[in-house]
Design a protein. Structure first.
Length: 347
């Protein structure tokens, strides 16, 4: 099997690459622009394998993407390349429009031209998206594949638009597209502007642990390696034209997450007092969705996938990974993102 993975140097993309390369017959080509959130160190072990190739390129370059698709002749294109951080989208929506919308259009056009010419057996275009396209839940209910789209941020709006493009390319052109919408991911190699790595690294640096509002916003947490397993199942068993909601069935408030991280650090790297003393409640994010939760019964029933990791153990393993891999995150903290707040517009 030959795979083309866009955004493969990012958090979820790199986890997917490691999962795909577990198969001795897999050949994986990554295309990544290597923006701030991509880390070459995430893929360095794979680059020693001749079955793996990293191409540094912009997915918005439609001619190059077509040439790459024809040269690599993939059985599956996993499209993960995206701008993903809500706060950054508040500060600068233009990059999100370009990558998430124009880039997805370019990939769909390249995939369509390649597919119509080569007609590879069992070809799939797996478009990887987010539950944030559905907006905000109240105290009850969960998102599923029939939930209407209602995005709140520039990030989620551009991902919603990309989902619609992907679905339209299936309906109009017959491209075998499958869309997935996942809940919040956590695990190793996540860029340190996201909640869990930010809390770990700020805590051990003696910095404030900022929590938006009163910390009551709820997210459904999914280990990134479980997500990678789900994407493989979707590519192998999913039906073109379908969408699959992928969740971890682990709802936690932001305050609960930070308290759990602090408890783990108290046990692993004790200080005088507790890391919870560094918690600081800050003004809320503009348009902050209250709650996300996924009903993953369709992918469980139709494809036989279910998350395999207990959240508490997965979180402990994640904290341990960051403590043991300073060489991975230290350059990012020193040269790319030091933990300062983004997305202050309107606060």
């Amino acid at each position: 099997m030959k795979y083309l993975v866009t955004g493969g140097a990012g958090f979820i993309g790199s986890a997917l690459c490691y999962r795909l390369m577990q198969s001795p017959n897999a050949h994986v080509t990554v295309v990544d622009k290597m923006t701030y959130a991509a880390n070459p160190a995430s893929l360095a072990p794979l680059e020693r394998d001749p079955r793996f190739r990293l191409v540094r390129a912009d997915i918005c370059d439609s001619a190059l993407m077509l040439d790459l698709a024809r040269a690599e002749a993939p059985d599956v294109i996993f499209h993960l390349a995206a701008e993903t951080h809500v706060d950054r989208s508040i500060d600068g929506a233009d990059a999100f429009v370009k990558t998430n919308l124009v880039g997805t259009f370019a990939m769909l056009q390249a995939a369509r031209a390649y597919y119509e010419r080569a007609r590879p057996d069992r070809f799939r275009f797996v478009h990887v998206s987010t539950d944030e396209v559905f907006g905000s839940l109240g105290a009850e209910g969960r998102f599923d594949e029939e939930t209407p789209y209602d995005p709140s941020s520039p990030y989620s709006a551009t991902k919603a638009g990309a989902d619609h493009l992907a679905q339209a390319w299936h309906r109009t052109y017959g491209l075998p597209v499958i869309v997935s919408n996942c809940s919040n991911n956590y695990g190793p190699r996540q860029f340190p502007e996201k909640l869990i790595p930010l809390m770990v690294l700020n805590a051990i640096a003696g910095q404030a642990l900022p929590i938006y509002g009163d910390g009551s916003n709820v997210r459904d947490w999914l280990h990134v390696e479980d997500h990678a397993d789900a994407l493989v199942q979707i590519a192998e068993l999913g039906a073109p034209g379908e969408s699959y909601a992928v969740g971890g069935d682990s709802e936690k408030t932001n305050l609960e997450i930070v308290n759990l991280v602090c408890g783990l650090l108290d046990a692993r790297r004790p200080i005088s007092g507790s890391y919870t003393d560094q918690i600081e409640f800050v003004s809320d994010r503009p348009g902050h969705d209250l709650r996300y939760a996924i009903d993953a019964s369709k992918i469980r029933k139709d494809l036989g996938w279910a998350p395999s990791r207990n959240f508490e153990q997965g979180l402990a393993d994640t904290v341990d990974w960051y403590l043991a891999n300073e060489a991975w995150w230290r350059p990012l903290r020193e040269r790319v993102y030091a933990g300062d707040r983004l997305g202050k517009v309107g606060t």
